[in-house]
Design a protein around this ligand. Structure first.
Ligand SMILES: [Zn+2]
Length: 198
């Protein structure tokens, strides 16, 4: 299942977020895709009764994975010819998918973060500390659940920057996510556990 989803969504981490969504561990997922990748994703969502809303802008990214975390990147209109990435918001609830797209459009990071299920402490921390100069809020973490430093290697258990390595709400999310992954693919769970130990 994770492998099949990985093929559609382009990475295991993205596939796992969809699994969290299907199992109600998340209400809305936000991911970035190039035009060429969108077709498969749209078909999957349709077949699985998931609502997908696509941003009406594209983002030119210097660094793809980090940008999805941190909102970094230059927005250009859809008709711009540059190769940009669309954001898509996927949910079982159509209203929530649209609302996420709206919050992103008006750059309401706080409401967007909460809608995506990020803990309030982490959302507040992000809003307070993120700016143009400081776009990477990752912290060093000895805890596999809050370690997001390996997300570009497709190893990560949460979808946000935790406010601290010991943020209990983030750890809880990470634990629930790992439990679900274990049920589907023991090898992948092992890979995450081993890879996320520093
Ligand atoms: Zn937190």
């Amino acid at each position: 299942m994770i492998k099949k989803l990985g093929f559609i969504f382009g990475s295991y981490s993205k596939a796992e977020e969809i699994l969290y969504l299907l199992h109600n561990l998340k209400e809305v997922v936000r991911q970035g895709f190039y035009e060429s990748e969108l077709g498969k994703v749209e078909i999957f969502c349709k077949d699985n009764h998931l609502h997908l809303v696509k941003s009406n802008f594209k983002v030119l990214l210097a660094d793809e994975e980090s940008s999805v975390y941190s909102n970094k990147g230059i927005r250009v209109p859809e008709k711009d010819k540059s190769l940009g990435m669309y954001f898509v918001y996927i949910s079982k609830d159509e209203k929530k998918a649209w609302l996420a797209a709206y919050f992103e459009l008006v750059r309401n990071d706080s409401e967007l973060g909460l809608l995506l299920g990020y803990p309030k402490c982490c959302v507040d921390n992000f809003c307070k500390n993120f700016d143009e100069e400081k776009t990477n809020l990752e912290i060093n973490s000895e805890n596999i659940f809050t370690n997001v430093t390996k997300r570009e290697q497709d190893l990560v258990l949460i979808s946000h920057f935790p406010c601290s390595a010991e943020c209990s709400k983030s750890i809880k999310i990470g634990k629930n996510n790992l439990e679900l992954i274990k049920r589907y693919n023991k090898n992948r769970a092992e890979e995450l556990i081993n890879g996320l130990r520093n």
